[in-house]
Design a protein around this ligand. Structure first.
Ligand code: CU
Length: 208
């Protein structure tokens, strides 16, 4: 339902451009200044490819790729969950408003795919991540399912005086730690150590 009062946009008339995503730290080729009207950007993302140590990924890299669009573009993305996978996944764009940033519209079981389209309405750099609900959210994120989208102003970047700013090259770096159990290490031993330390603290406070 259109509640803004604005005339609806005929998306079928907009030019379509398909971007091939690059693995970090590389960023796919893009214009720094938009030279044409809003475009529908198609992104095809495959999840859980190269799942090492139960890593979960967007397009096989951790972090996932950076997507570059311009303010006013319509971002169209296809999220595909390969049938070999075991879990549900989705994508929550902090750049999109409503419906959990698209998360509740893109929840896909293994073998399913979902298409999401939203309008890039705010310039900036925003995180996106898998958010299947409850404790699955932090688990999927720390397992590698995060990425980012950069929405450039249509007229390009400007400095504080309003002068155009350009760059020769863009790169994208994200941090992600994996905590992998070592031989002889187990969660039970960690819990035992924590419980012992907690008992010792409690005993010390009783005798203080
Ligand atoms: Cu996921």
């Amino acid at each position: 339902m259109n509640t803004s009062g604005a005339a609806p946009t005929d998306l079928s008339r907009l030019p379509r451009r398909k971007a091939k995503l690059a693995r970090p730290p590389f960023v796919h080729p893009h214009d720094q200044v938009a030279t044409e009207g809003p475009a529908i950007i198609e992104k095809e993302i495959q999840v859980d490819e190269d799942a090492w140590v139960q890593a979960m990924t967007f397009n096989g890299s951790v972090p996932g790729p950076l997507m570059v669009v311009h303010e006013g573009d319509y971002v169209e993305l296809t999220l595909f969950n390969p049938p070999e996978n075991m879990m549900q996944h989705n994508i929550d764009f902090h750049a999109a408003t409503g419906a959990l940033g698209g998360g509740s519209l893109t929840l896909v079981n293994p073998g399913e795919k979902a298409v999401l389209r939203f309008k890039a309405s705010r310039p900036g750099v925003f995180v996106c991540h898998c958010a299947p609900g409850g404790p699955m959210i932090p688990w999927h994120v720390v397992s590698g399912m995060s990425g980012a989208i950069m929405m450039l102003p249509r007229e390009g970047l400007k400095d504080h005086l309003g002068n155009p700013v350009s760059y020769d090259r863009a790169c994208y770096i994200g941090g992600n730690d994996f905590y992998i159990p070592r031989p002889g290490w187990c969660l039970c031993a960690l819990y035992r150590r924590q419980a012992k330390a907690s008992r010792a603290r409690k005993a010390a406070s009783l005798w203080a």
